[in-house]
Structure formats: structure tokens, C-alpha cells
Design a protein around this ligand. Structure first.
Ligand SMILES: Nc1nc2c(c(=O)[nH]1)N[C@H]1C(S)=C(S)[C@@H](COP(=O)(O)O)O[C@H]1N2
Ligand SMILES: [Mo]
Length: 311
């Protein structure tokens, strides 16, 4: 277990990680590859891999169509196109998030309060699913750290639990009970406070599609995608490690930490490589990057931990 600051607040910095283009980022800008590459060159969002491979074009963002039509969101079904197909029955607005547990100021926060437009940042992140596929997604959102700090994290808090929405009447997958809903996930406090950890409210400058977890979802880019819970209704600070959906179901296959790691295989398949969605017939296969390419930013969180054992 990595050492954590006793107060839970001492070791992270309030570094802004804004991308370097204008606050308003019309989709046309993203779709223009030259403009995108110029912008991406100045960001921290694609820190490894792109440069290391010498071919940043390989890490160009996926199209909005790919991002919204190849999804895991079991609340709508287990098929990749089920969320796009059946998401229309879900009405995300109005929305509020309950922030509670070991915080000084617990309570319900409106979506606008959690992610006011002026605070929303652009973050282009790789997303790596534990199933072995990946995408590059230009999110818009707010760092989770700011939301937690605003709530006043208490000294005893060590973990942060996330609860996804439970609305069986609007979510056909919840009526079939393939998972034990609501979907729950959690992070260690230092992971939750890390500047890369985002509460996303949009993609390509548009509000999140239902398929991506409207209206607000977690994004933890160095971990397998199942850690990034969608359609979050509650954030709870705790002093004991919260239960998490996939880990409860099959702990050997889905660890609590779930850091992307090419050296720790899933019991049923290798994690050494991945398939980039939209990567073409031959171009889609690529090596998996340690911490999904974010090792420079996050490896220190796990100093002293045995990554092969505490996966
Ligand atoms: N509530 C909820 N959150 C979820 C899931 C889910 O089924 N339900 N699937 C997870 C998995 S396995 C992945 S890979 C990502 C996929 O995010 P995306 O569909 O926006 O790419 O969402 C994660 N968050
Ligand atoms: Mo996933």
C-alpha cells in the first residue's frame, strides 16, 4: 500500500491541466487533424506513447460516432450498441449528486454547482477497457479534486465511493439484473484527488450522450474503464474500502485497483496489447502502455506496492 498523507490533502498540487486551445472547442477543430495535432503537442493529455511511438497521429481522437456507439453500460444491456439503441428512455436532466460521508459540508449538489460552465476543462484521454480495446476521447469536465475540496474532506477519509443511477424503469439492463445494480465503484483518496481524475460532463464540447454516462461520469484514465462509473448520483467519503461492482463479482479477474498494466494478464486473456477502436484492419493492434501511458503522472501513487499482487 502506498503511503498516503495523513490529512489526505498534502501531496497533490492544484495544477491546472487545461489544453491549450480556446475554451470553446467546436467539433470542427477536433475533426481537423492538423489543428488537433498542433494543440495536442502542447498538452499533458497524451504524455507517453504518442511521442514515444514517434507517431502522434495514431493517438488522434476517436470520432463522436465511435465514442457514442461502442460502449459498456450494462444498465442498458451487455451489447456494445445497446446503450445507443436503448438510451433514449433515460432522462438525465435535472440531475443532482449527493456528496456525503466524511466531509464537512455534506449535501445534494445540482449539476451546475458541481460543474459550472466556467470551470469545465478539455482533456483528451485514452480509455482502455479491461476487455482489451481502447479509444481516445476528448472529454470536457471538472477535476474531481475541486469537488471534494469544496465539500471539505475530513482527516479520517481514506476512500471515495461512487454510485451510479438506479432507475430500472428507464434502464432495461437493470430490469434484467445482469449485474447487482446500482453500479458502484471507488478510488483511494489520493487517486480521487489526482489532477488527472475527472468528472466528465461532455465530449467534443457537447453534453455527454446517455451512452457515455450522462449527465456526469467519472474518468480515471490510467485505470481500466470499469473504474470510471457512469451517471453518478452519489459520492461518499469513507474510512474503509468500499465494495465495487466488478471486483465483488469476480475479484480474481477484476482487481480493486485495476491499473492498466501490460504485465498483469486477465486470467482469460493477455493484456500485453490492445485494439484501438477505429484503428483500421491492421492498424488497430498496439502495445498496452503501463498505466495506460500516464505512468509519469501516477506511478508515484503506487510506490512500494506490488502491482502484480495488488492489481
Ligand atoms: N454505471 C456504469 N458505469 C460504467 C459501466 C457500466 O456498465 N455501468 N461500464 C464501464 C466500462 S467496463 C467501461 S470500459 C467504460 C466505458 O465508457 P464509454 O462507454 O463511455 O467508453 O464505462 C464504465 N462505466
Ligand atoms: Mo470496460
Amino acid at each position: 500500500m502506498a503511503a498516503r498523507p495523513a490529512s489526505g490533502q498534502a501531496s497533490w498540487k492544484d495544477e491546472p491541466m487545461r489544453l491549450d486551445w480556446s475554451d470553446v472547442t467546436p467539433e470542427a477543430v477536433f475533426m481537423n487533424r492538423r489543428a488537433f495535432l498542433a494543440a495536442a503537442g502542447a498538452t499533458l493529455a497524451l504524455p507517453q506513447g504518442a511521442g514515444a511511438a514517434g507517431a502522434p497521429a495514431e493517438d488522434k481522437p476517436n470520432t463522436l460516432d465511435e465514442i457514442t456507439h461502442y460502449n459498456n453500460f450494462y444498465e442498458f444491456g451487455t451489447g456494445k450498441t445497446d446503450p445507443a439503441e436503448y438510451g433514449g428512455s433515460f432522462q438525465p436532466l435535472p440531475w443532482s449528486v449527493q456528496v456525503d460521508g466524511l466531509v464537512d459540508r455534506p449535501g445534494s449538489r445540482a449539476l451546475d454547482e458541481i460543474a459550472p460552465a466556467r470551470a469545465v476543462e478539455d482533456r483528451i484521454y485514452r480509455l482502455r477497457c479491461v476487455e482489451g480495446w481502447s479509444m481516445v476521447i476528448p472529454w470536457n469536465g471538472v477535476p474531481l479534486a475541486g469537488v471534494l475540496k469544496a465539500a471539505g474532506v475530513q482527516a479520517g477519509a481514506k476512500w471515495v465511493a461512487f454510485t451510479s443511477v438506479l432507475r430500472p424503469e428507464q434502464m432495461p439492463g437493470q430490469r434484467r439484473g445482469v449485474l447487482d445494480f446500482p453500479y458502484v465503484e471507488a478510488l483511494r483518496l489520493d487517486e480521487a484527488m489526482h489532477p488527472l481524475t475527472l468528472l466528465a460532463t461532455g465530449v467534443y464540447g457537447k453534453p455527454l450522450a446517455v451512452a457515455n454516462g450522462a449527465p456526469i461520469r467519472l474518468v480515471v484514465p490510467w485505470k481500466y474503464g470499469f473504474k470510471s462509473a457512469k451517471s453518478i448520483t452519489r459520492i461518499t467519503l469513507t474510512d474503509t474500502r468500499p465494495p465495487t461492482t466488478w471486483n465483488m463479482l469476480q475479484p480474481r479477474e477484476y482487481g480493486f485497483y485495476a491499473n492498466v498494466n501490460p504485465d498483469v494478464d486477465h486470467p482469460r486473456w493477455s493484456q500485453a496489447s490492445e485494439r484501438r477502436i477505429g484503428g483500421g484492419l491492421l492498424g488497430g493492434r498496439r502495445p498496452t502502455l503501463m498505466f495506460n501511458g500516464y505512468a509519469d503522472q501516477v506511478a508515484s501513487l503506487y510506490a512500494g506496492m506490488d502491482l502484480a499482487r495488488d492489481y
